[in-house]
Ligand binder design. Sequence first.
Ligand SMILES: [Zn+2]
Length: 291
Amino acid sequence: MTIDAKSRQVRTAPRPDPPAGARHLVIVILDSLRFDSWAAARMPTLGRLGAVERRWSYASWTAPSHYNLLMGLLPHASPAHVHASEHYKQDFARYSERLGVPGMEFARLLPDLYLPLFLRNVLGYYTAAMVSMPVLNPATPLNCGFDRYELMPVHNDMAEMVARLDFPPDRPSLQLLNVGETHYPYALPGDDPAEWPRISGVHGALRRLDEAAGPALFTESELSQLRARQIRAASYVDQVIGQLLDVVPRRTWVIVTADHGELFGEAGYFGHGPIVHEKVFEVPFVEGPVR
Ligand SMILES: [Zn+2]
Protein backbone atom coordinates (compact mmCIF):
# COMPACT_ATOMS: atom_id res chain seq x y z
CA MET A 1 0.00 0.00 0.00
CA THR A 2 1.35 3.47 -0.84
CA ILE A 3 1.62 6.14 1.83
CA ASP A 4 -1.12 8.13 0.07
CA ALA A 5 -3.49 5.18 0.10
CA LYS A 6 -2.74 4.42 3.75
CA SER A 7 -3.26 8.07 4.69
CA ARG A 8 -6.65 8.17 2.94
CA GLN A 9 -7.64 4.93 4.59
CA VAL A 10 -6.65 6.20 8.05
CA ARG A 11 -8.60 9.44 7.52
CA THR A 12 -11.78 7.82 6.26
CA ALA A 13 -11.86 4.62 8.32
CA PRO A 14 -14.67 4.27 10.86
CA ARG A 15 -13.49 5.11 14.37
CA PRO A 16 -12.42 1.90 16.11
CA ASP A 17 -13.29 0.88 19.64
CA PRO A 18 -10.58 2.17 21.98
CA PRO A 19 -8.18 -0.22 23.74
CA ALA A 20 -9.45 -1.34 27.15
CA GLY A 21 -8.17 0.87 29.95
CA ALA A 22 -6.86 3.67 27.71
CA ARG A 23 -6.40 6.92 29.63
CA HIS A 24 -7.68 10.39 28.82
CA LEU A 25 -4.86 12.78 27.88
CA VAL A 26 -5.12 16.49 28.73
CA ILE A 27 -2.34 18.75 27.41
CA VAL A 28 -2.29 22.26 28.90
CA ILE A 29 -0.10 24.78 27.08
CA LEU A 30 0.49 27.94 29.13
CA ASP A 31 1.27 30.28 26.27
CA SER A 32 4.60 32.16 26.60
CA LEU A 33 5.31 31.01 30.18
CA ARG A 34 9.05 30.94 30.59
CA PHE A 35 10.58 28.54 33.09
CA ASP A 36 11.68 31.05 35.71
CA SER A 37 8.27 32.75 35.78
CA TRP A 38 6.90 29.35 36.85
CA ALA A 39 9.65 29.21 39.49
CA ALA A 40 8.90 32.73 40.77
CA ALA A 41 5.15 32.07 40.90
CA ARG A 42 5.77 28.68 42.63
CA MET A 43 2.49 27.24 41.21
CA PRO A 44 1.90 24.67 44.03
CA THR A 45 -0.88 22.87 42.15
CA LEU A 46 1.56 21.59 39.54
CA GLY A 47 3.22 19.58 42.32
CA ARG A 48 0.10 17.37 42.36
CA LEU A 49 1.26 16.02 38.99
CA GLY A 50 4.96 15.55 39.72
CA ALA A 51 8.26 17.42 39.77
CA VAL A 52 8.38 20.41 37.40
CA GLU A 53 11.29 20.11 34.97
CA ARG A 54 13.17 22.78 33.03
CA ARG A 55 12.83 21.82 29.38
CA TRP A 56 13.24 23.40 25.96
CA SER A 57 10.70 24.20 23.32
CA TYR A 58 11.42 23.14 19.73
CA ALA A 59 10.27 26.56 18.47
CA SER A 60 10.29 30.19 19.59
CA TRP A 61 6.68 31.04 18.83
CA THR A 62 3.16 29.71 18.98
CA ALA A 63 2.28 28.14 15.62
CA PRO A 64 5.34 25.95 14.94
CA SER A 65 5.55 25.02 18.60
CA HIS A 66 1.93 23.77 18.66
CA TYR A 67 2.49 21.86 15.43
CA ASN A 68 5.42 20.10 17.06
CA LEU A 69 3.43 19.38 20.22
CA LEU A 70 0.62 17.91 18.13
CA MET A 71 3.12 15.61 16.43
CA GLY A 72 3.47 14.23 19.94
CA LEU A 73 6.93 15.71 20.50
CA LEU A 74 6.87 17.53 23.81
CA PRO A 75 9.48 20.04 25.01
CA HIS A 76 12.85 18.27 25.27
CA ALA A 77 15.60 18.08 27.89
CA SER A 78 18.35 18.91 25.34
CA PRO A 79 20.09 15.53 25.77
CA ALA A 80 23.73 15.34 24.66
CA HIS A 81 25.48 12.30 23.12
CA VAL A 82 22.31 10.90 21.55
CA HIS A 83 20.98 10.98 18.00
CA ALA A 84 17.74 12.92 17.51
CA SER A 85 16.04 9.82 16.10
CA GLU A 86 16.89 7.84 19.25
CA HIS A 87 15.58 10.65 21.46
CA TYR A 88 12.27 10.76 19.53
CA LYS A 89 11.99 6.99 19.88
CA GLN A 90 12.56 7.02 23.64
CA ASP A 91 10.38 10.09 24.20
CA PHE A 92 7.53 8.64 22.19
CA ALA A 93 7.64 5.29 24.00
CA ARG A 94 6.51 7.22 27.11
CA TYR A 95 3.04 7.50 25.52
CA SER A 96 2.48 3.87 26.52
CA GLU A 97 2.55 4.94 30.17
CA ARG A 98 0.68 8.19 29.53
CA LEU A 99 -2.16 6.54 27.62
CA GLY A 100 -2.07 3.13 29.29
CA VAL A 101 -1.71 1.66 25.79
CA PRO A 102 1.18 -0.80 25.22
CA GLY A 103 3.39 -0.65 22.16
CA MET A 104 3.32 3.10 21.46
CA GLU A 105 6.08 4.12 19.07
CA PHE A 106 6.68 7.04 16.74
CA ALA A 107 6.46 4.83 13.64
CA ARG A 108 2.84 4.00 14.48
CA LEU A 109 1.92 7.61 13.64
CA LEU A 110 2.99 7.17 10.00
CA PRO A 111 2.10 8.50 7.55
CA ASP A 112 0.33 11.52 9.09
CA LEU A 113 2.67 11.95 12.07
CA TYR A 114 -0.09 13.83 13.89
CA LEU A 115 -1.26 12.81 17.35
CA PRO A 116 -4.94 13.89 17.01
CA LEU A 117 -5.33 11.85 13.79
CA PHE A 118 -3.65 8.83 15.32
CA LEU A 119 -5.58 8.94 18.59
CA ARG A 120 -8.92 9.47 16.83
CA ASN A 121 -8.59 7.14 13.83
CA VAL A 122 -6.34 4.40 15.15
CA LEU A 123 -7.03 4.30 18.91
CA GLY A 124 -10.65 5.51 18.78
CA TYR A 125 -10.23 8.61 20.95
CA TYR A 126 -12.52 11.64 21.07
CA THR A 127 -10.30 14.65 20.21
CA ALA A 128 -10.91 18.25 21.26
CA ALA A 129 -9.00 21.53 21.40
CA MET A 130 -9.76 24.91 22.92
CA VAL A 131 -7.31 27.64 21.94
CA SER A 132 -6.84 31.22 23.11
CA MET A 133 -4.54 32.59 20.43
CA PRO A 134 -6.09 33.66 17.07
CA VAL A 135 -2.96 32.39 15.29
CA LEU A 136 -4.20 28.88 16.18
CA ASN A 137 -7.79 29.51 15.01
CA PRO A 138 -9.93 26.62 13.66
CA ALA A 139 -9.28 27.53 9.99
CA THR A 140 -5.54 26.78 10.36
CA PRO A 141 -4.07 23.42 9.27
CA LEU A 142 -3.46 22.58 12.95
CA ASN A 143 -7.17 21.73 13.10
CA CYS A 144 -6.80 18.25 11.66
CA GLY A 145 -8.11 15.09 13.30
CA PHE A 146 -10.15 16.98 15.90
CA ASP A 147 -13.80 16.24 16.66
CA ARG A 148 -14.10 19.68 18.23
CA TYR A 149 -11.76 22.68 17.83
CA GLU A 150 -12.71 26.02 19.29
CA LEU A 151 -11.15 29.49 19.46
CA MET A 152 -12.27 30.94 22.77
CA PRO A 153 -14.28 34.19 22.71
CA VAL A 154 -11.60 35.92 24.83
CA HIS A 155 -7.89 35.17 24.90
CA ASN A 156 -7.50 34.99 28.68
CA ASP A 157 -10.07 32.77 30.38
CA MET A 158 -8.86 29.27 31.26
CA ALA A 159 -11.69 28.88 33.80
CA GLU A 160 -14.18 29.12 30.92
CA MET A 161 -12.26 26.34 29.14
CA VAL A 162 -12.55 24.13 32.22
CA ALA A 163 -16.30 24.87 32.27
CA ARG A 164 -16.62 23.87 28.59
CA LEU A 165 -14.66 20.59 28.79
CA ASP A 166 -16.56 17.56 27.63
CA PHE A 167 -15.51 13.96 28.10
CA PRO A 168 -17.84 11.55 26.26
CA PRO A 169 -18.43 8.56 28.55
CA ASP A 170 -17.89 5.87 25.90
CA ARG A 171 -14.27 6.55 24.91
CA PRO A 172 -11.04 8.19 26.09
CA SER A 173 -10.35 11.82 25.12
CA LEU A 174 -7.48 13.96 23.94
CA GLN A 175 -8.01 17.51 25.21
CA LEU A 176 -5.66 20.34 24.20
CA LEU A 177 -5.96 23.64 26.07
CA ASN A 178 -3.95 26.63 24.83
CA VAL A 179 -4.12 29.07 27.77
CA GLY A 180 -3.71 32.81 27.17
CA GLU A 181 -3.49 34.49 30.58
CA THR A 182 0.29 33.95 30.57
CA HIS A 183 0.63 35.56 27.10
CA TYR A 184 1.19 39.29 26.70
CA PRO A 185 -0.47 41.46 28.10
CA TYR A 186 -0.64 38.90 30.97
CA ALA A 187 -4.21 39.92 31.86
CA LEU A 188 -6.55 37.98 34.15
CA PRO A 189 -10.22 37.61 33.17
CA GLY A 190 -11.45 40.35 35.53
CA ASP A 191 -8.79 42.92 34.62
CA ASP A 192 -9.93 46.15 32.96
CA PRO A 193 -8.57 46.16 29.37
CA ALA A 194 -8.01 49.92 29.72
CA GLU A 195 -5.29 49.06 32.25
CA TRP A 196 -3.44 46.62 29.96
CA PRO A 197 0.04 47.60 28.78
CA ARG A 198 0.06 48.28 25.05
CA ILE A 199 2.57 47.80 22.27
CA SER A 200 2.21 48.48 18.58
CA GLY A 201 0.98 45.72 16.35
CA VAL A 202 -0.13 43.27 19.01
CA HIS A 203 -3.57 44.68 19.73
CA GLY A 204 -3.70 47.24 16.94
CA ALA A 205 -3.07 50.04 19.41
CA LEU A 206 0.06 52.15 19.35
CA ARG A 207 1.51 52.56 22.79
CA ARG A 208 3.27 55.75 21.82
CA LEU A 209 4.97 57.06 18.71
CA ASP A 210 8.31 58.78 18.56
CA GLU A 211 7.52 60.26 15.16
CA ALA A 212 9.75 58.72 12.50
CA ALA A 213 11.45 56.35 14.94
CA GLY A 214 8.30 54.23 15.39
CA PRO A 215 6.94 52.99 18.70
CA ALA A 216 9.29 53.32 21.64
CA LEU A 217 10.67 50.25 23.39
CA PHE A 218 9.71 49.53 26.96
CA THR A 219 11.73 51.09 29.74
CA GLU A 220 13.49 48.88 32.28
CA SER A 221 10.85 49.63 34.88
CA GLU A 222 8.04 48.77 32.44
CA LEU A 223 9.81 45.50 31.57
CA SER A 224 10.04 44.49 35.22
CA GLN A 225 6.34 45.32 35.64
CA LEU A 226 5.55 43.14 32.61
CA ARG A 227 7.52 40.26 34.10
CA ALA A 228 5.67 40.70 37.40
CA ARG A 229 2.41 40.55 35.44
CA GLN A 230 3.39 37.20 33.89
CA ILE A 231 4.29 35.81 37.33
CA ARG A 232 0.91 37.01 38.67
CA ALA A 233 -0.83 35.34 35.71
CA ALA A 234 1.06 32.10 36.42
CA SER A 235 -0.12 32.13 40.05
CA TYR A 236 -3.68 32.65 38.88
CA VAL A 237 -3.66 29.86 36.28
CA ASP A 238 -2.17 27.52 38.87
CA GLN A 239 -5.46 27.87 40.80
CA VAL A 240 -7.46 27.19 37.63
CA ILE A 241 -5.32 24.10 36.96
CA GLY A 242 -6.44 22.97 40.43
CA GLN A 243 -10.06 23.26 39.24
CA LEU A 244 -9.14 21.27 36.12
CA LEU A 245 -7.53 18.47 38.13
CA ASP A 246 -10.67 18.30 40.29
CA VAL A 247 -13.05 17.83 37.34
CA VAL A 248 -11.21 15.50 34.94
CA PRO A 249 -12.52 11.92 34.91
CA ARG A 250 -10.78 8.93 36.47
CA ARG A 251 -7.78 7.66 34.50
CA THR A 252 -6.63 11.01 33.11
CA TRP A 253 -3.00 11.84 32.39
CA VAL A 254 -2.25 15.58 32.47
CA ILE A 255 0.70 17.39 30.89
CA VAL A 256 1.33 21.07 31.69
CA THR A 257 3.99 22.97 29.76
CA ALA A 258 4.50 26.09 27.59
CA ASP A 259 4.89 26.57 23.85
CA HIS A 260 7.90 28.89 24.27
CA GLY A 261 9.33 31.34 26.77
CA GLU A 262 9.39 35.14 26.79
CA LEU A 263 11.99 37.88 26.96
CA PHE A 264 11.70 40.80 29.36
CA GLY A 265 14.58 42.98 28.20
CA GLU A 266 17.45 40.46 28.28
CA ALA A 267 19.93 41.25 25.48
CA GLY A 268 17.55 43.97 24.26
CA TYR A 269 14.65 41.62 23.47
CA PHE A 270 11.01 41.72 24.44
CA GLY A 271 8.48 38.96 23.81
CA HIS A 272 9.04 35.90 21.62
CA GLY A 273 9.14 34.94 17.93
CA PRO A 274 12.09 36.23 15.86
CA ILE A 275 14.49 35.83 18.79
CA VAL A 276 17.36 33.46 19.46
CA HIS A 277 17.93 33.54 23.21
CA GLU A 278 17.90 30.86 25.89
CA LYS A 279 14.88 32.40 27.64
CA VAL A 280 12.65 32.10 24.57
CA PHE A 281 13.11 28.31 24.53
CA GLU A 282 13.19 27.62 28.28
CA VAL A 283 9.84 26.24 29.52
CA PRO A 284 8.42 24.38 32.53
CA PHE A 285 7.24 20.79 32.00
CA VAL A 286 5.31 18.54 34.36
CA GLU A 287 3.13 15.49 33.79
CA GLY A 288 1.42 12.74 35.67
CA PRO A 289 -1.74 10.75 36.30
CA VAL A 290 -4.48 12.56 38.17
CA ARG A 291 -6.10 9.46 39.62
ZN1 LIG B 1 2.72 31.11 22.09
